[in-house]
Write a protein that binds this ligand. Structure first.
Ligand code: ADP
Ligand code: MG
Length: 403
């Protein structure tokens, strides 16, 4: 792995603001390979004791916050994220591994399990027919399970920023996990008013979170989940339209579901039948009318089982098996072509060697003819030499007689 270098951990004054020393880890090899980027941080590929992991590091530019205590607040918020995350243990939550203090940097790095991609990246790079409905149900079911885990904490933990950016996938198994606990907070039911406004992904935020001051509970995540269903089914960002609309010359207020009807119109009949009742209830304006995450787990389990009874295959392994047999078929066809090409080559090879033999035979014949011509030439030259000799003898004798 091309590393940026191995650093000994530094527990120096620069990092004095990071209090939770029990979370610190060492022996990390950082790389420049970026896995993703959010509003606050970038995530890089790293190696920790020989294991490939992911590391979240806040954007350096945030350090330029010159407001009083700006950087300190930033690191302390990041520390809250680390501490909150470090306590979570669930198959549907990206596993937190530790915090690394990099030499020469004022920012701690959060090290976690590495995933293949985000749900958003997957939806953007695959068409609807390359991401079958039963797999989408499988993914959505796992999100509800992770949410039910967060909400079952005492007091409930609200994720606050549930969107396809913060849902990660392993693309072979379709294992699905939630990440980014930068805004997650435990909500005490008796004081569920937050002083500051909530940052989040606007299209996924319920109306109560946009109030000043925001007054909400874990049903905030349920509203976001309704939007996750919309974007997972349509591969679109569920951007709501205006709060009001003219009907004739009357201005009417739209509820949150109506504000996203353009998205719903893109559903097929089957998608409407299976998912619309759940979406409608998740997007209720009133939090108390939205289902709990425990109820959503049951609803998504039901949807996945309906899809499997309809002759669809729910498990990703079947999807993988189909992909595998398509690849096998492709390989078989290529093999067939290679064999045909090979046969054609062998035939050409045979024709060539036949021609070669013929040429050799002709060569042999020519050589033999050459031999015969040379012999005849030799015999002729002998006859001529003898005749020449005899003639010369006759002339000599005649000369003798004359003299
Ligand atoms: N563990 C991980 N494995 C692979 N990619 C990740 C991982 N964590 C985050 N990413 C990618 O990095 C992006 C930003 O991470 P995130 O923690 O959400 O940062 P931010 O707090 O700035 O939103 C994610 O949307 C995702 O694409
Ligand atoms: Mg994020």
């Amino acid at each position: 792995m091309a590393g940026r270098g191995r650093d000994a951990p530094l527990y120096s004054i620069e990092h004095a603001s990071f209090q939770s020393s029990d979370l610190l880890i060492s022996d990390l090899v950082l790389t420049d390979t970026k896995l993703g980027k959010g509003a606050d941080a970038s995530v890089y590929l790293v190696e920790w004791n020989g294991t490939v992991c992911a590391a979240k590091r806040l954007h350096e530019v945030l350090l330029e916050d010159e407001s009083p205590g700006g950087t300190k607040k930033l690191v302390s918020n990041f520390e809250i994220e680390c501490v909150t995350w470090s306590k979570l243990r669930h198959p549907g939550i990206v596993q937190f591994l530790g915090v690394y203090l990099e030499r020469g940097s004022r920012l701690p790095v959060l090290v976690m399990e590495k995933m293949d991609t985000s749900l958003r990246q997957y939806l953007e790079s695959h068409s609807k027919d390359r991401f079958p409905l039963e797999l989408k149900a499988f993914v959505l079911h796992q999100i509800t399970q992770a949410l039910a885990y967060l909400h079952s904490q005492d007091p409930p933990l609200v994720h606050h920023d549930l969107s396809p950016n913060n849902v990660l996938l392993n693309v072979e198994t379709f294992g699905t996990k939630l990440t980014d606990f930068g805004m997650s907070r435990a909500i005490n039911p008796s004081s569920n008013i937050r002083k500051s406004s909530i940052k989040g992904t606007p299209a996924f935020m319920p109306p109560e979170a946009l109030q000043k001051p925001p007054h909400y509970n874990e049903k905030l995540d349920i509203f976001s989940f309704g939007n996750i269903i919309l974007s997972t089914i349509t591969h679109r960002w569920p951007e709501p339209c205006h709060l009001t609309q003219y009907k004739g010359n009357q201005l009417i207020a739209l509820d949150e579901f109506q504000r996203r009807e353009r998205c719903v119109e893109m559903f097929t009949a089957q998608e409407k039948q299976l998912f619309l009742p759940t979406v409608r209830r998740c997007l209720e304006n009133r939090p108390d009318k939205r289902p709990s995450s425990a109820v959503l787990v049951q609803e998504l389990r039901h949807i996945t089982s309906v899809l499997s009874h309809d002759g669809h295959v729910v498990r990703p392994f079947e999807h993988l098996r189909q992909q595998l047999s398509a690849k096998e078929e492709e390989c078989r066809q290529k093999d067939e072509m290679i064999k045909m090409n090979n046969e054609a080559l062998t035939e050409k090879d045979e024709a060539l060697s036949e021609k070669n033999e013929m040429l050799q035979e002709k060569d042999e014949m020519l050589r033999e003819k050459d031999e015969v011509v040379r012999d005849k030439d030799e015999a002729l030259r002998e006859v001529l030499r003898e005749k020449d000799e005899a003639l010369r003898e006759v002339l000599r004798e005649k000369d003798e007689v004359v003299r």
